[in-house]
Write a new protein. Structure first.
Length: 482
């Protein structure tokens, strides 16, 4: 016989499926629910937690628990299995500055950025440190910020020593320096396939070769990776392991540990792009590859660009055994990072506001993910394969016979932009795929005042989204007719 909390959870699911409870309906409070069903508060908590894990319940800060629906049972995108080889990356990104729109860049909406709290932190930090703001920044970064970052990650995820952290101008800047100190032009760097197009662009511009390692059946092909490491055909690796852009999934702990072991065994540096680490939809975040690094071969890169805003241009790197080369490189080519921004973010982290912001942000992004997923499921062809991210700000879509390049050109005529799938490969894969950003609300929020600008913008985004889905239908049907 199932436990009492499971019986309650099954009853709620049955009520939802039979229409007795509707999506968006607010459940009684935990205490009220316990009294209503004559059970303990712990039983209610277990019931609600089980429903949340299954996607039937959504928690909203200071509002309570609301009925939701789990992701659809559509097929997941298929990632090809292929023999990886050294190739020359090409610059393939179609759009640089014009008409980006909400679905194009991986970015949270401005209403999700805690501007008011950040402004207060800026004022407090400026008053407290006004006698220091005229100085040149330290090459390694502000001590107070490095200590704040260290305390934050040590208490939440894994230990990071402040004296081993280097503050940078964002995550890509941290990655660029990591590439420069661990490789040279002409070296081959292993990447996941698909891989964030910005990393492919970066490697192309830096004169590095790439080896795409297949991400097949939710696993990175570590056998091929080890073969390349053992033969010396790759001189470094550039991996994301958590909420990977573009699919939103994470490598397993066993795979991360094995990558760290291979790095030590073959003395091959691993540059870890972990910019989405803290955007998991669950109550906990996965660990980075760096957690299993025992000998300093992992150069761990992170930033606030996705969790707060890219405008601050603040990131950091824990470069392991490359610390001295990293610092020397920064001291020669850079003159530090904006000091006022460093003081502001240090204050934001120390005050506890950053953790509170993250908790709210994760809930909102989890809600966005479900809303976008359901809309895609309802408006795309039946054979569409849609990723079910566990974190991050993007969703990956695959549709047989889709030409994402042609779709991009058609959508652009309507002012709609997204990332075509082939941008995420250096060898021409994923032409039947595309990626969209989910950081912007697409449905009207009940808490938003009717007729407000937020409501209007959400309505505009929804219309653009539906138009994009219509263009997909048209493009696929045209291709099938041929």
């Amino acid at each position: 016989m199932s436990a009492r909390y499971q019986q309650l959870a099954e009853k709620i699911i049955e009520d939802i499926e039979n229409g007795r409870l509707v999506v968006g309906h607010r459940l009684p409070s935990i205490r009220q629910f316990a009294k209503l069903y004559t059970v303990s508060i712990n039983t209610v908590l277990s019931c609600f937690h089980s429903l949340q894990e299954q996607g039937w319940l959504e928690a909203k800060p200071q509002s309570g628990f609301f009925i939701s629906r789990p992701f659809g049972k559509n097929a997941m995108p298929e990632f090809p299995n292929f023999t990886s080889m050294v190739s020359q990356p090409q610059s393939v990104t179609q759009l640089k500055s014009a008409g980006r729109g909400p679905f194009y860049v991986s970015l949270i909406a401005p209403e999700l950025v805690p501007f008011e709290q950040l402004n207060r932190c800026f004022k407090r930090a400026s008053i407290r440190n006004e006698h220091l703001l005229h100085l040149y920044p330290e090459y390694q970064g502000l001590t107070a910020l490095r200590q704040a970052v260290s305390q934050h990650f040590t208490s939440q995820y894994f230990p990071v020593e402040s004296n081993k952290i280097v503050i940078t101008n964002g995550c890509l800047d941290a990655i660029r320096t990591a590439i420069e100190v661990s490789t040279k032009p002409g070296d081959a760097i292993a990447i996941t396939s698909p891989c964030f197009n910005g990393l492919i662009e970066l490697l192309a511009n830096m004169g590095r070769l790439v080896v795409e390692i297949p991400y097949h059946q939710a696993q990175l092909d570590l056998q091929q990776l080890e073969q390349h490491m053992g033969s010396g055909s790759v001189q470094a690796c550039l991996f994301s392991a958590n909420h990977i852009n573009p699919q939103g999934n994470s490598l397993t702990s066993a795979q991360k540990q094995r990558i760290a072991e291979l790095a030590e065994q073959y003395q091959t540096p691993i540059i870890e792009d972990d910019v989405y680490l803290e955007l998991g939809y669950a109550n906990f975040c996965p660990l980075p590859i760096k957690h299993w690094d025992k000998s300093g071969w992992v150069l761990w890169c992170n930033s606030i660009s996705k969790t707060i805003s890219p405008s601050y241009r603040l990131g950091w790197c824990e470069p392991g055994r490359y610390l001295q080369q990293y610092l020397k490189h920064r001291s020669v080519q850079y003159f530090g990072v904006n000091l006022a921004a460093q003081y502001t973010i240090a204050e934001f982290i120390y005050s506890g506001l950053y953790l509170k912001h993250l908790k709210k942000l994760r809930l909102r992004l989890s809600q966005h993910s479900r809303e976008y997923h359901q809309l895609l499921l309802s408006n795309l062809p039946d054979n569409a394969r849609i990723s079910k991210p566990k974190g991050g700000i993007v969703i990956w879509v695959q549709i047989p016979n889709l030409d994402s390049d042609m779709l991009f050109e058609q959508a652009k005529q309507h002012g709609i932009y997204f990332r075509p799938g082939y941008e995420f490969s250096a060898i021409g894969l994923y032409k039947d795929c595309f990626r969209i950003n989910i950081g912007w609300p697409i449905l009207k929020q009940k808490s938003t005042k009717e007729g407000s600008e937020e409501q209007y913008n959400a309505s505009q985004r929804y219309q653009q989204f539906i138009k994009l889905c219509q263009l997909v239908h048209l493009q696929v049907s045209t291709t099938n007719d041929k």
